[in-house]
Design a protein around this ligand. Structure first.
Ligand SMILES: Nc1ncnc2c1ncn2[C@@H]1O[C@H](COP(=O)(O)OP(=O)(O)OP(=O)(O)O)[C@@H](O)[C@H]1O
Length: 566
């Protein structure tokens, strides 16, 4: 795990060594200052040489200036190292998330995912920067200061050393408590994200049902838990800070009293006394750093573990090593003994055998929940059949590169998802990089021209989050325009169930009919009126093909279709 963590440093080793080197140098200078003060008091002062004193002060000032320069490097470039690592990780996580399969997303909660990509990685970045540096510097100054104290006065150093274990225990205990309270806080933030995401995403439903008070009530509970978690953290923080402060003052007072005795007995010089007191401060500071490392390290590591888990989640559906680029498809599709289940032992599609010829228009009908949408989701490989195989032009789907297959299948689904940008961007999503005239021509074929002309900003009108500023019928048309732009040989149309007025419906049907020309078209039909002209109609029932034929044949048969039509 640590090895994997450190592998992220590799591209930034120059930055790492710069930061680390400067931090070590700064730590050494910190150790040198008390010694300089000792020398100053014991050797320079008695000489009464003012020029020398000023020269020493200037020398000291230069050292301080160097040290503050080192601090600039450590703070800026050190954080740069952290944010660089964080950025690489975030890009990787995003890329991975965009490739995970539908089955995974069926169970994922977006709020938690957002938290992973933002907060977890921020913590990892902090640890990446502070972790190794702080741990090393803390240990170095801790032992360095102790060695110097021992050198200045061994007896006093031993007294300090006797108090240290108690202080260390305090730091570790409170560090652990801090970690637990922070973990609690972050888990509450995760809850927040999930609730905000769901409530704000569904705010129209909330208002439609007049359930604002109910949502407020649920939110208030989360809010209160978050407040409590924060209060717990502040309590631990207050106690920890007060105890650490008291510990430092205690050690200083003890050193002051005992040290004064040594000075009076002539066992310690005044300079040594002052230097020793300063060293106590230097010696004590790493304890805070150690506490900080103890506190941030587990959080960063927990975040890194979750990050690694995410990256280790293999997309269920991905290119096999021997997959090849799909050739230009004609659209002969064959389902051979295809079965599928979302959950084990709950078959949704059962042993489907079906051959579709290139250019054929074939409609799928059947009761709600029969598996129409599911069956057609297998064609672009959104899900993988549990058994059986699907071929296009004789080539098995899994032998083609996923992207090259999906680029040749157009999908107009009933709930059209629009992105929050402009109308132009949303249409161009069908084929990124399409020219203005191609976009306009696709829009015209989808009968969007009148709408575009009526908008003050035309194609550059912002459509609102998820396209809220467009009507259901207009969104359908954008989806159709996308499909025109994509111009795929195979088309899957999931007919809109939402009622459109008959005029709009006819217009959209008209566009769809034109879109279907020259393509293999598979229609999930909810209204039988629109599919009379289909070459064949497949009636699905409980995941199996119950009947197959054209409109007249099926009516004549007097089966499920005839019942549905009546
Ligand atoms: N992502 C999913 N995870 C688990 N089960 C699912 C999932 N999607 C659909 N199902 C189940 O699969 C069955 C078939 O659903 P599907 O959407 O394919 O039916 P449909 O024939 O298209 O229905 P409708 O006409 O109502 O759209 C249903 O019982 C449904 O509950």
């Amino acid at each position: 795990m640590l090895r994997q963590f450190f592998s992220y440093y590799r591209p930034f080793m120059g930055l790492f060594w710069l930061d680390f080197g400067c931090a070590v140098l700064s730590g050494l200078l910190e150790l040198a200052f008390p010694l300089a003060i000792t020398a100053f008091i014991d050797h320079l002062l008695p000489q009464g040489d003012w020029t020398l004193t000023v020269a020493a002060a200037i020398g000291l000032l230069i050292l301080y200036a160097v040290n503050s320069g080192l601090l600039v490097i450590v703070i800026y470039w050190g954080h740069k190292l952290g944010i660089n690592i964080e950025t690489v990780m975030r890009a990787k996580a995003f890329d991975h998330l965009t490739r995970l399969s539908w089955r995974w997303y069926d169970r994922a909660r977006t709020g938690k995912l957002v938290a992973r990509v933002t907060r977890d990685l921020e913590e990892i970045g902090e640890v990446a920067h502070h972790g190794p540096e702080d741990a090393f510097i803390a240990i170095m100054t801790f032992f360095g200061a102790f060695a110097l104290m021992f050198w200045v006065n061994p007896q006093l150093a031993v007294i300090v050393a006797l108090i240290v274990p108690a202080m260390l225990a305090l730091v570790i205990i409170y560090g652990g408590r801090m970690t637990r309270t922070w973990r609690n806080i972050y888990s509450r933030v995760g809850d927040f994200n999930v609730r905000l995401e769901e409530t704000l995403g569904g705010v129209r439903v909330v208002q439609a049902f007049g359930n604002e008070a109910h949502e407020n009530h649920l939110f208030a509970a989360d809010n209160a838990r978050y407040r409590q978690a924060k209060l717990d953290a502040y309590r631990v923080m207050a106690a920890s800070n007060a105890l650490q402060y008291m510990g430092l003052r205690l050690v200083q007072v003890i050193v002051m009293v005992v040290g004064a005795g040594f000075v009076l007995n002539g066992k310690l010089t005044t300079g040594g006394f002052v230097g020793f007191l300063l060293l106590v401060g230097v010696f004590y500071r790493p304890l805070e750093k150690i506490a900080a490392v103890i506190e941030t390290y587990p959080r960063g590591i927990a975040g890194f573990r979750r990050y690694q888990e995410l990256l280790a989640t293999e997309p269920e559906i991905a290119d096999s090593p021997d997959a090849v680029e799909a050739p230009a498809l004609r659209g002969n599709i064959s389902f051979e003994g295809v079965s599928f289940e979302y959950d084990a032992d709950r078959p949704i599609i059962r042993d489907i055998d079906l051959t579709i010829r290139a250019g054929e228009t074939i409609a799928f009908v059947g009761p709600s929940g029969a598996g129409k949408t599911t069956l057609l989701a297998l064609l672009p490989r959104f899900y993988e059949p549990t058994s059986g195989r699907i071929t296009v032009d004789g080539m098995e789907l899994s032998h083609m590169r996923l992207n090259s297959l999906r680029k040749q299948i157009g999908l107009v689904s009933q709930d059209v998802f629009l992105f929050g940008g402009t109308l132009r961007e949303n249409i161009a999503y069908g084929r990124l990089g399409a020219t203005d005239s191609e976009i306009r021509s696709a829009a015209a074929q989808a009968q969007l021209t009148a709408l575009i002309d009526s908008l003050p900003e035309g194609l550059d009108t912002i459509v609102g989050e998820r396209g809220v500023m467009l009507s259901g019928g207009q969104k359908q048309r954008v989806a159709i325009a996308r499909a025109f732009l994509k111009n795929p040989p195979i088309l899957i149309l999931d007919e809109a169930t939402s009622a459109l007025d008959s005029h709009t419906e006819r217009e959209i049907q008209d566009s769809l009919d034109r879109l279907a020309v020259g393509r293999t078209t598979l229609i999930i039909a909810h209204r039988l009126g629109t599919i009379r002209n289909a070459d064949r109609i497949v009636v699905l029932n409980q995941g199996s093909i119950a009947e197959i034929g054209n409109h007249e044949e099926l009516l004549g048969r007097g089966g499920i279709y005839a019942q549905l039509a009546s």
